[in-house]
Design a binder for this molecule. Structure first.
Ligand code: PHE
Length: 330
């Protein structure tokens, strides 16, 4: 019996333990044989034998049970070790997110103007007629309002068509000098390969005492900015019209795809239009109560910049959330 006890002690698997149990308690096992033997005895001898037998039986039941519990616990432990997940482990398969190309372009633009000491101002997307139009020298029924296909809520309220109203709000709330940009979403009723009803602008405004800010300053900063964004490009200023600036200009860069040779993207002109700008019209300063100041302003579409920088042919695709497109920008 000592030997069996030993084999239970050293047993390392449940299967093995079960074999030992059967050898003891099975129909043809040790105890069955012992009980058969018991039947052949009588009197004191039988009593003594039976007592011994019972103690033995209980003893083995007990150590078998102990061992079984032990092996089961060990097995669970082993199973848990095997299927353990290290949540801190880096998974090669997992895909990292990335900034949307429009936001990444926006950040790059903002970074430049922060380095040039511009403050960043924000304003509401739902604007009133005064801030979006009137104060910008665009009175009611002025034909130039047609330049911006507006989403109206009613006669007085609309979705801002540019971020210029933020410039008005800033001038109304603080005195010159002002040196600001206003990045943000704007809305126009437009939808084709180069227009989406919602897009982003960054507009800038610099105002100081009369004579301190000129078109020359504007020209310098925009040239420097465009070289920062697009590398070594040529920059040209073309006379244009905006109600809120006089004189006004549109700014072109030499085509970054054909380097001025002429291609499909630049409509074979060799130039890409990227900005609007000008010297702030005195009527704008009148509307905000600024006196004895001069200033310049400029505005650009962030999507247009992103399209050019990343060679995205259809602007609408930037807003479809198609992962096959977005994953290319990781
Ligand atoms: N507000 C103009 C637009 O949205 C852009 C612009 C800003 C032009 C400032 C000139 C000066 O089209």
């Amino acid at each position: 019996m000592k030997e069996i006890e030993k084999s239970i002690e050293t047993c390392v698997s449940l299967v093995e333990l079960e074999k030992i149990r059967v050898s003891l308690f099975g129909k043809k096992g040790y105890f069955a044989a012992q009980f058969n033997e018991l039947k052949t005895l009588e009197g004191e001898a039988k009593k003594e034998f039976a007592q011994n037998l019972n103690t033995n039986k209980e003893h083995f039941l007990e150590i078998l049970n102990q061992k079984k519990l032990f092996l089961e616990a060990a097995m669970i432990q082993e199973e848990m070790q095997k299927s353990r997940v290290d949540v801190t482990l880096f998974n090669q398969e997992s895909s990292a997110g990335a900034l949307h190309p429009v936001m990444e372009t926006m950040d790059k633009i903002i970074e430049y103007f922060i380095s040039m000491n511009f403050s960043i101002e924000e304003g509401p997307l739902v604007e009133d007629d005064f801030h979006n139009f009137e104060a910008l020298n665009l009175p009611k029924h002025h034909p130039a309002r047609d330049m911006q296909d507006t989403f109206y809520f009613n006669d007085a309220m609309l979705l801002r068509t540019h971020t210029s109203p933020v410039q008005i709000r800033t001038m109304l709330s603080q005195q010159a000098p002002v040196r600001m940009i206003c990045p943000g979403a704007v809305f126009r009723r437009d939808y084709d390969i180069t227009h989406t009803p919602m897009f982003h602008q960054v507009e800038g405004l610099v105002v100081d005492k009369t004579g301190k800010v000129s078109f020359a300053n504007l020209k310098f900063i925009l040239e420097d900015f465009l070289k920062y964004m697009f590398g070594d490009v040529k920059v040209r200023f073309r006379p244009s019209f905006f109600p809120f600036t006089e004189p006004s200009a549109e700014v072109d860069i030499s085509c970054i795809f054909c380097h001025g040779e002429g291609c499909r993207v630049c409509s074979h002109t060799g130039w890409l239009e990227v900005l609007g700008c000008g010297v702030v019209d005195p009527n704008v300063f009148k509307a905000v109560g600024y006196k004895d100041v001069s200033g310049y302003a400029f505005g650009l579409g962030v999507e247009r910049f992103a399209m050019l920088l990343h060679q995205v042919p259809d602007l609408r695709s930037l807003f479809e959330g198609d992962l096959r497109l977005l994953e290319q920008f990781r």
